[in-house]
Design a protein around this ligand. Structure first.
Ligand code: BES
Ligand code: ZN
Ligand code: ZN
Length: 487
């Protein structure tokens, strides 16, 4: 998709269709040229409502008020309605609040790219969106002191982060027999080659040497051997070092603590954290951000079989801590424990984040659309919340407390892999991970449980049915923020 910014008026731009954003309030004004037609069609201008006037080649979309978040969602829904139509080009006004505020422009570009996404790898008949060119008119600001450069940077970064999100969506949506650990490693290698990243793949022999026995135990019953992936974006004069660790369970059957069948469906999405790491590495390298970023992925399949790890086993993690297994479906934290230890051994980071579809409890607690943020440092958690607000991803904090931590105590090992209470499961999973964070990283670490938004079986705003690419826009925005000079 090509974007062009122009100071020409929309009347002077040639395009197949014009997308017009209106709110309920301004629909009452006379200047809305198709007011009567829209009224006849029952169009009210509420957020995300659309009305296509075919004879006029105009597509209206409603909005509550102009903000980057609302514009992102509105244009995503608008472009979605154009699939299977012959339109190849769009023109649209910029709707910037202020000539110096590029956020709406970025939201608009992101919305178009995110809304244009569809996953039809397994469909015989592919859905077709013919839109190739989008021209955005800055006519409203003609005459103001308009600096085009920040506008094009905002648009460029918006396009990169949205395309990286779509890249992650494709990986997550791919079925477990087409995307297993070796395939994830292949995707990482290809990305590294194309984007100039360093790429290290650890196979079972090396994993054993590195004493990643808990990860290996989870992987044992699968015919697909595990991989740990380490991608590095290392610019000269980096301003900070960031590590991101992703849970890449290419399938989670639950293991011997087998999931009920209707809970197992969608568990191809248990690789969402690792897939987000791939998307983030793509975005930060394409934006050429002056931050050193390390992406680690624990790519494993959790299956059943004669060789499966068991409830009652005691496993030894890479850092020597012993873990009593009481439920093999709490496997993500075991994989992450070893990969977090490995990542800390390899890199001394200023910030260390992990991203995982870790618990159903997070979905119960905060719903399908929101990620749960946990950690020891309010500063780090607030940083993530700020990035979430501008990125268009929803996130909320869940606080640790020492009483919940005790519920992980084991009578026979250092820690148990599940808590002894049925409540607060997202937090206790976070507190389990905390025990694998070294002291010097304790206040630099945050855990992001993306189980809610990573995979949802209906469209919501700019997100399609299935994988949303959760974490990619959030983390690239956070890393972009670290790259900006402090005011
Ligand atoms: N991958 C699941 C968590 C999950 C659930 C992700 C629903 C997305 C949607 C994880 O491995 C898991 O099964 N966790 C268990 C933990 C429990 C056994 C303590 C859970 O949440 O039920
Ligand atoms: Zn599980
Ligand atoms: Zn899982």
């Amino acid at each position: 998709m090509n974007f062009e910014l122009t100071i020409n008026t929309t009347q002077d731009i040639t395009a197949d269709i014009e997308v017009i954003i209106v709110s309920e309030q301004n629909l009452e004004h006379r200047f809305v040229q198709d007011r009567e037609l829209l009224e006849k069609a029952g169009f009210k201008g509420t957020q995300d409502e659309t009305c296509l006037l075919i004879e006029k080649d105009r597509l209206y979309v409603g909005i509550d008020s102009i903000s980057s978040i609302n514009v992102r969602t509105a244009v995503a829904i608008a472009i979605r309605t154009l699939s299977n139509t012959p339109y190849t080009s769009i023109k649209i006004a910029s709707y910037m609040n202020h000539p110096k505020c590029t956020a709406v422009l970025r939201g608009m570009v992101e919305g178009f790219v995110l809304g244009a996404y569809s996953f039809d790898r397994y469909k015989s008949e592919k859905s077709k969106l013919a839109i190739e060119n989008i021209t955005i008119s800055l006519d409203e600001y003609n005459g103001y002191e308009l600096n085009i450069e920040p506008c094009s940077i905002a648009m460029g970064n918006g396009q990169i982060s949205a395309e990286a999100t779509n890249f992650t969506r494709d990986i997550v949506n791919t079925t477990p027999d087409d995307c297993y650990p070796k395939v994830m490693a292949k995707i990482a290698k290809k990305l590294a080659k194309e984007n100039g990243l360093d790429c290290k793949i650890l196979k079972p022999k090396k994993l054993r040497k590195e004493k990643m026995e808990t990860l290996l135990a989870v992987a044992r019953a699968s015919r697909h051997k595990p991989r740990v992936i380490h991608l590095t974006h290392k610019p000269k004069d980096a301003k900070a070092v960031v590590t991101i660790v992703g849970k890449g369970l290419t399938y989670d059957s639950g293991g011997l603590s087998l999931k009920p069948s209707d809970y197992m469906v969608t568990m191809k999405s248990d690789k969402s954290g690792g897939s987000a790491v791939l998307g983030i590495m793509k975005a930060v390298s394409e934006m050429n951000l002056p931050i050193e970023v390390h992406g680690f992925i624990g790519a494993v399949e959790n299956m059943i079989g004669g060789d499966a790890y068991k409830p009652d086993d005691v496993l030894v993690a890479k850092n020597g801590k012993t873990i009593e297994i009481r439920n093999t479906d709490a496997e993500g934290r075991l994989v992450l424990a070893d990969v977090l230890c490995y990542a800390q051994q390899e890199v001394k980071a200023d910030y260390i984040f992990d991203m995982a579809t870790l618990t159903g409890a997070s979905v119960v607690g905060v719903g399908h659309y929101t990620s749960s943020i946990m950690g020891n440092s309010d500063e780090v958690k607030t940083m993530i919340l700020k990035a979430s607000k501008i990125s268009g991803e929803f996130a909320t904090k869940l606080d640790f407390n020492r009483y919940l931590k005790k519920s992980l105590n084991s009578e026979i090992a250092d820690i148990c892999n599940i808590s002894n209470t049925r409540y607060g499961g997202a937090i206790t999973a976070g507190q389990f991970l905390e025990t694998f964070i070294d002291d010097h990283h304790k206040d630099k670490w945050a855990h992001i449980d993306i189980a809610g938004p990573a995979f949802v079986e209906h469209t919501w705003g700019e997100n399609p049915h299935g994988a949303s690419g959760a974490g990619v826009r959030l983390m690239s925005r956070l890393i972009e923020g670290l790259a900006r000079p402090k005011k």
